[in-house]
Structures are given as structure tokens and as C-alpha cells.
Design a protein around this ligand. Structure first.
Ligand code: GDP
Ligand code: ZN
Length: 364
């Protein structure tokens, strides 16, 4: 990074030499660079070198919901003085978090862009649910971010041997992923986590109650997130955090914490699932049949590893479950796409008929 860019006011928000290069054509047009900190109803807050500005996203409203401006995007905004100030474009995303939306609409929804680290919080206050951790990890890998597992509330497991055992257990479910223990209450392990996510942008994933808000407060160094106990006072379990969704951390780096990321689901996460279960995919490559289902085929390397005790049955079952779930989501999406295409044809047909009638009218 050049000396000039390291003192750039957007560096605390994740600005780097590559973003600067990508932005150059927009700078030439007199547009201002900024990072989107939140989006609501066609407007967004963008942090720019001149402060946070409210910008209109109407200029970039594609039909594809994945292409709308979202938190974490690097935007090119109209210069000061323009009214309204439009987001004219955003830079190509390095990574993206997407969720499958409610059952009625199965298309994806973009939740956060340009995330480098996905912190999966797993609470040590309750029994470990490795399947759930694997699901969050699939999502993390799929986004393009590097996952890290944080076993939270480590103060509740005072015995070091037990703690080491739990770390090892989680490690088998998370190949290629660092597993840390953290107590936000005592501050233990926070430095290691800060060092890991100190460059770039992080998000917190994990089940409700896993300690994400507490962790966010500890990392940001201020009470920016309501902790669950307070949040659930209204009994509706509503997320009432009203603070900004993108925050610089005291130890460097940026945290994105949008309400939507909390209940995130799989969305076309085939490659993410593959990465969570990389050892199974490696075994599968050695099965005799390339389309082996690892059920009862001869020459199945996966079944052999299970028989030898090298692959836990739980892992294989969890893998199957996530693959099935993912296929179901993809099929749902395809059905929706098919319906949309049909609608488009109908519309075109109607337009064609109308044009035909207009023509006939004219010639009559
Ligand atoms: P979230 O739903 O994932 O955001 O979880 P919260 O941050 O709201 O935490 C859920 C509960 O766990 C709260 O009652 C916290 O006080 C508690 N908690 C969070 N971190 C720790 C910790 O490090 N140690 C202990 N003992 N409790 C914690
Ligand atoms: Zn097989």
C-alpha cells in the first residue's frame, strides 16, 4: 500500500491499494468513493472521506436481487453538492453473503459484500452441535470468506483438558479452519481473534445466544449491540439493534453485523458444503464409480474409511443432509426461474398480439 493510501480516511473501513486501483476510473469522473454501511428502502448510508452521506441507490436498480447495493459494497457516489446524491456504481465484489429467502420467494438475497473473515460463534454453554457448525461453515466458505470458529463462553469450561478436547472435536468438523476459544466475559482469547481478523472485514455467524453481540461489543470496544437478554424484553425476539451495520474495530479491521445475517440459510452452497467436508470429497474421488452415492456400491472409498473408523459416521450423515438440503434449495430456485421465464414468454406473447392488432387496426 502506498504511503498516500495508508493515510486515506477510508483505511479504517477496509480501503486498500486494490480498491483504489479499481476505483480510479470513477475518481476520474469526479465521483466519491465510500463504503455502504447500511441500506434501507432505496437509500443507503455511505461512509466517505468527507463523512457519512445518505445516498440514493435508485440509479443502480437491477432486476437481479443479487445485484442490488448492499452493506459492505464500495460505492461511487455523486460529489458533494449534488441533490440527491446517487450511488452511480459499486466495485466488483470480492466475496458475497447470500441467503435463501422465505419459502414464498426462493431467490437469493444479498446480505453483505466484501467479507474476508467469517467468524462462526459456537457456544460452550450448551452441548456442541457439530451439524449446526458445519452448516454455518458451508455458508462461510460459499461466500468466499475464510471461516474461523470461535468457541464462545470458554469461562464456562474451566478444565483445560476438557476445553482442548472440545477444540479437537470441532476441529474434525472444520478442516482448514482455525478453532479458537474465547471468553468475552473475561477477555480471554480476544487478542488471538483480533490478530486473525485485524485486516479486512469480518462477520459474525452463529445461532442466537451464541454470544455474537457480546463478542461484537468486545471487538468494537463499545456497546454497539444489544445483548440478547435486553433485546428479548419485548418477548418477540425482535432484533432491535439500530446502530450502524459496519464498524471499525479497535484492533484493526471492520465488522459487519446486519440483522439478516443472523438467521442466514444455505443458498446454492454446493462448493461451500464441499469445502466443509473436504476429506469426504477427497475420499469420494477415489471411489470406483465417479457418481458413487457411498451407500452400497463396490469399491467405495468413503464406506471403506467409515468401516476403518477413519471417517466418523456422523460426518458422512451430516454431509448427506447438507447436500440434500442444498439440492432442494437449488431445485426450488430453478422452479421459480422456470415460472419467471414462462411469465416472460406470456408477456411477450401478449405484447406480440397487441402489436399485431394495432397493425391490423392501422391497415384496416
Ligand atoms: P447472540 O444472540 O449470539 O448475539 O448472543 P449474546 O451476545 O446476546 O449472548 C447471549 C448470552 O450469553 C447473554 O446472556 C450473554 O451475557 C452470555 N454471554 C456472552 N458471552 C459470554 C461469555 O464469554 N461468557 C459467559 N459466561 N456468558 C456469555
Ligand atoms: Zn463412494
Amino acid at each position: 500500500m502506498s504511503p498516500s493510501s495508508s493515510s486515506h480516511p477510508l483505511v479504517p473501513y477496509g480501503w486498500d491499494a486494490d480498491w483504489e486501483t479499481a476505483f480510479a476510473p470513477y475518481a476520474d469522473q469526479g465521483l466519491v468513493a465510500g463504503r455502504v454501511v447500511r441500506v434501507d428502502r432505496g437509500l443507503c448510508d455511505v461512509v466517505t472521506p468527507g463523512g457519512t452521506v445518505r445516498a440514493d441507490t435508485e440509479f443502480v436498480v437491477p432486476r437481479d436481487p443479487m445485484k442490488v447495493v448492499c452493506t459492505g459494497d464500495w460505492a461511487a457516489v455523486d460529489p458533494e453538492g449534488a441533490s440527491p446524491r446517487y450511488v452511480r456504481a459499486y466495485l466488483p465484489r470480492r466475496t458475497a453473503f447470500v441467503r435463501s429467502t422465505s419459502s414464498k420467494r426462493s431467490d437469493g438475497q444479498i446480505l453483505a459484500a466484501n467479507v474476508d473473515h467469517a467468524v462462526v460463534a459456537v457456544s460452550l454453554a450448551v452441548e456442541l452441535d457439530l451439524g449446526r457448525a458445519e452448516r454455518f461453515l458451508a455458508l462461510a466458505w460459499e461466500s468466499g470468506a475464510q471461516p474461523v470458529v470461535v468457541l464462545s463462553k470458554a469461562d464456562l469450561v474451566p478444565d483445560p483438558a476438557t476445553l482442548a478436547h472440545l477444540v479437537q472435536d470441532v476441529g474434525t468438523a472444520a478442516p482448514g479452519v482455525p478453532v479458537l476459544t474465547v471468553s468475552a466475559l473475561h477477555g480471554d482469547g480476544l487478542d488471538v481473534l483480533r490478530a486473525l481478523i485485524g485486516t479486512g472485514t469480518a462477520v459474525l455467524l452463529g445461532q442466537s445466544g451464541a454470544g455474537k453481540s457480546t463478542l461484537a461489543n468486545a471487538l468494537v470496544g463499545a456497546d454497539v449491540m444489544d445483548v440478547r437478554a435486553a433485546r428479548d424484553v419485548d418477548g418477540k425476539g425482535r432484533h432491535t439493534t439500530t446502530t450502524r451495520n459496519l464498524l471499525p474495530l479497535t484492533g484493526g479491521g471492520v465488522l459487519i453485523d446486519t440483522p439478516g445475517l443472523r438467521g442466514v440459510g444455505l443458498y446454492d452452497a454446493e462448493s461451500g458444503v464441499g469445502q466443509v467436508f473436504s476429506e469426504i470429497e477427497e475420499l469420494a474421488a477415489r471411489c470406483r464409480f465417479h457418481d458413487c452415492s457411498h451407500e452400497s456400491e463396490p469399491g467405495c472409498a468413503v464406506a471403506a474409511a467409515v468401516a476403518l473408523g477413519e471417517l466418523p459416521v456422523r460426518r458422512l450423515e451430516s454431509y448427506r443432509k447438507l447436500v440434500r438440503e442444498n439440492q432442494w434449495i437449488v431445485a426450488k430456485t430453478d422452479a421459480r426461474l422456470r415460472a419467471e421465464i414462462r411469465k416472460d414468454w406470456k408477456r411477450k406473447g401478449a405484447e406480440g398480439r397487441a402489436a399485431m392488432q394495432a397493425k391490423r387496426g392501422r391497415w384496416a
